[in-house]
Write a protein that binds this ligand. Sequence first.
Ligand code: ZN
Ligand code: ZN
Length: 651
Amino acid sequence: MMIKITLPDNSVHEYKKGISGYEIAKEISPRLAKEVLSVTVNDELWDLQRPITSDARIKLHKWEDEEGKHAFWHSSAHLLAEALESLYPGIKFGIGPSIDNGFYYDVDLGDDRVITDLDFPKIEKKMKELAQQKNEYRRREVSKNEALDYYTKKGDEYKVELISELEDGTITFYEHGNFTDLCRGPHLPDTGYIKAIKILNVAGAYWRGDENRKQLTRVYGITFPKQKMLDEYLVMLEEAKKRDHRKIGKELELFAFSQRVGQGLPLWLPKGAQLRERLENFLKKIQKIYGYDQVITPHIGLKELWVTSGHYEKYGKDSFQPITTPAEDEEFLLKPMNCPHHCEIYKTKQHSYKDLPVRYAEFGTVYRYEQSGELHGLTRVRGFTQDDAHIFCRPDQLKDEFKKVMDIIFIIFNAVDLKNYTAQVSLRDQNDHSKYIGTDKNWDKSESAILEVVKEKNLNFKVEYGEAAFYGPKLDFMVKDALGREWQLGTIQVDYNLPDRFDLEYIGSDNQKHRPVMIHRAPFGSMERFVAVLIEHTAGKFPLWLTPEQVVVMPISEKFNDYAKKVLNFLNNYDIRTIIDDRNEKIGKKIRDNELKRIPYLLIVGEKELNNESVSVRKQGEGDKGSMNLKDFAEFLNDEVKAQTEAHKIH
Ligand SMILES: [Zn+2]
Ligand SMILES: [Zn+2]
């Protein structure tokens, strides 16, 4: 009996019924077979060895794919559990998933045992020993009774609780070596794939995230198919620690938090505020060129506004609660979004098809309640400012507007030297159009417009079906930073919902009323998160145009303080942000200190410079650049700033 297998390139191949993903990979090429880790069969993630018994569409996953890593790390979680069970007999297990970087397992060690850093080498050693046995991961379907029976006998009440919530007929066990786990899979063929192992961390974690229940021990680890990959990862982790924006933000005096003000509410210090203002002014200038109008709206709005917009339903319960006033029944909400305010601005006058698109931009501060455990520096906060804008346009203008928004995003990325990015296009679930608001015709139009634009722009992109919001498709940019970590920045979102809810309209050429389409877009995303990403990407060495202090003048002795002041004034006249370091210190120490402050240009002035009206130039990270005439230096710097901020004008 033969079955038809369709590969991602739509080619169809015939294989014997019962062939596995692994065997198909082997038929394609022995090399591929060595690299594949899991397989998607008709939208379900499967083990490589599981027999495929009917016609199917499949996709093989390697390490480079999320699905491949998932199988690898999830299998590693099972290996960790096996090692822990052999080291700590009687241990009980909660859940053990793969995560973005590695995996964890929640365990109950019993009352008198703990795991600390000192135990990590022992656990790693055990895992390695077990991995080398190349034990197969075997999938087994079990009845609910059998599953309950197994864990009741074993005395693992956590698994019993999990199983009791599952439906009979859907339960599978995975077994390898001496370990059995309740699990959906998929897994690697055997433990031998896992070559490099590191236990990273332990933390407390409440069972099922409920603080009224028992606190378990969460053991974090990461594994790789090659030792070299682990070594590189550990170097990257070290570097990431050095670049932590919370640490650099403090050193450079950019921002701070105060327990008295409240968690997750950043305070921008003078240097940080200036930096942020420069970013904002830069974007404002570009937006002006692209036909945006700046608007300003309040931080709160009547609760009814948010009921109309639907945000109350979404954020109401889990976010900041309504603000009451002395007036009875009057309730305001801190705004979680700027969109409803902008819709109301749109409604202040009648629009003709000839006036569209209308583009309202605002650096709008919004407030969303995040659990305190979720807060993290500037990347997860409770109050943040979006570089928000809403475009109201006709359906036929959508493509052009998308293109323009993308141009703005590229100008930004270019100015901050984020050159490595891909786009993700989120479209409807092709099999179920019923869960989306707006007509099929409009959706088809907007989806194909987005796809055409990303193709025209020659972007590296991937399409995710079913990832669109119910109200419209969207485009996100995934940016890789200097350490290769991915950040989502720059979102463009089409919206058919809010124009409906707010009854927005324009008068068409047919003299009839029509609904405009709305586009939400934020190139930075939020100022807080963007600055955090920028700090970690640049390690605090911002591009010249953005950095708080561009130049420091360092006289080699007191005798040259006057000339240093002259240099400072001269550069200030060129709008170059300059400071003087006239401390009574050796020049070597001044150089070191100012390099630590990440000032891009260090100028040394002494006898020779005074006589020649020149400066001796050092560039951060590059060292001595020789002597330069003062005026030439100022113009050189201005050219560098121009090259960074005006690259878009070349087009
Ligand atoms: Zn599992
Ligand atoms: Zn919006």
